[in-house]
Ligand binder design. Sequence first.
Ligand code: DCP
Length: 712
Amino acid sequence: MPVAKPESSDPRVIAHVDMDCFYVQVEQRKQPQLRGLPTAVVQYNEWKGGALIAVSYEARKFGVKRSMRGAEAKEVCPQIQLVQVPVARGKADLNGYRNAGSEVVSILSRRGRCERASIDEVYLDLTNAAETMLAENPPQNLEKIDDEALKSHILGLNNEDGSDVKENVREWINRHNADHRDKLLACGILIVAELRMQVLKETEFTCSAGIAHNKMLAKLASGMNKPAQQTVVPSSSVNGLLNTLPIRKMKQLGGKLGISLQTDMGVNTVGDLFQFPEEKLQERYGINTGSWLWNIARGISGEAVEGRLLPKSHGSGKTFPGPRALKTVPSVQHWLNQLCEELSERLCSDLDQNKRMAHTLTLHARAYKSSDSDSQKKFPSKSCPLRYGTGKIQEDAFNLFQAGLREYIGFYGVKTQGSQYSGWGITSLSVSASKIVPIPSGTCSIAKYFHGQSTPHFSSMQSLDNVNANAEATLLLPPGSECYTEVNSPKAEVDFPKEESWIEDTVPDLDLQEHKDLSSSLSKTQDGFTQDISPSLLSGTEGCLEQNQNKQERYITKDEGQFKSEYKERKGKRVKDKGTGTPSILELFKSYNPHPLGSSLSQELKKTAQGTGARLIIGFEPKGHNSLAEQNEVGKEEKPMHGRRSSRDEGDGRREAWSYNIDEIDPTVMDELPQEIQDEIKAWVQPHKWRPNNTARRGCKISHYFSPTKKS
Ligand code: DCP
């Protein structure tokens, strides 16, 4: 649920910048002869001319819309130029668009904290830049104001018929008697206009922007005047902006909460929401959500701009509409392999360029059953710890799919169908990698990890006796602290590529989106998690080596002397001057042979596991394993599984991937679970620490959650 955060009393200057018809602009830059012509980018699937995924503003004038297919667009605009999205592995290849977005981000991040929100959207916190401008060169003293700034739309500014609109804007910017908030916005107008012009000059792309005192209002404003314009929301205009705004247009209200407000409370506009007392909203939706709703109805939002230039997750997906639905397990496996290959490439590239590793692999699918009264049932999304290496990701994703399918159609349906059609179809598939954290740097270097010198993951192991206490402390820093800042600082020598994005034919699930938003707010309320690197995660990075061998090397600032000299020998002149001369992470992995089961680390793991005898299976069961629910059924109790082990655990090498010593539960995986389940697990793991929060709801026990017949 969203957490209500009061807006800081100090006014902020926030901008939301959104590229105009982004994919079209990227294609027009590649083919300049298309500039100024009605143009659209169409999806890979060519049926009826392909689905339109981006439409130029020239084409929009003819009534061409994104919901159309190419053939339909040709009917309303015969001269339209249709450009097919680039293709790789039988699906859209968005790398060119991601990289183009990164070019823009690197320019926009020059004036303040920058949060990359999607492939073509960015939030900027320009408060410091605006305060500095106000102190040193306030707008009221400016004689010359750039035309781009004068073209701004200031909500609430009275542009009477016949008055010179630009002159009105100039007066507003130059006002001496404006309050501090408006003066800051005036600075914001100038800064954003300048940034947008810089983007145009350096990339040839136009963008539009909203400028306000918080993210929510800035985002609402950026879409109001497109293309290539900016819109400003002074405090005095907030109520006017929100009053008639449909409730579902608000961030986080596009899903179930928005529907509930409409159907249960009769709220259709933000103005309707404004009428409800805070207590009433809290009564219906809980304290936090109620307050949050009350605040947003007034345009109040304390959500901060996160300093994040890199994506929070990577995803790859594809839809299979109508007759293209996948109806056999082998066909699903074929496509999963393609998607996982792409995902793995992006993970390797992220590891290589940004020194980051993802911890959680998630599979989403949409499905139908042709002969079932339960046609509303959704295909369950499944997650597991992410292991690096294309083959491992493929294997794990396929296991996740099978676990989901078992739950969706029932165990026997999966068992009996083989490669025969058995009444189900998959209409969309996607895999994503999330919980991406930087590899701890400095004292907690990856080399030390391999040499067993420090890692919180193994810090409890007796045999790893040379644990460096300082290193451990560094590792335990929550996200957002040292390690993270280093990677995200605009000055850091990192590329800013790759944004989380889903190809057009991956239909984003609004409910899932809402869930994502809500769970991210939730996770912020929890303790910072340990930035550990699990062995399952590390084994397999050797796959990245091959994939990246021919790529330009980037360097990490670490002190692994032995690797450094080896590296220099091998790479010699490939050392770039912007790097530090220290080895690339990939080189580092080359020097190590991380066999998942044969490694000493794995042996340590096994020893520890045997020592405590405590294991917990999270999320789903691999083939040949009892599910947690099954285990509980056998034991006829819902209790922590200390000391309990399935007999089928023995001798199955894959067990390492799915089951845990309870000391080693990956907190990032726990974040995926419902709060009450998280509390329950935490109470088992660290009773002294978590018992106060152990408020599991009745009927929401862990066995319910994992059970295929889960009702709650
Ligand atoms: N996109 C996609 N599939 C969708 C929606 C969008 O592939 N269903 C891609 C193509 C868009 C890009 O994402 O160019 C950005 O989407 P926007 O919604 O921001 O739309 P545009 O940038 O195309 O146009 P606008 O100027 O209206 O923002």
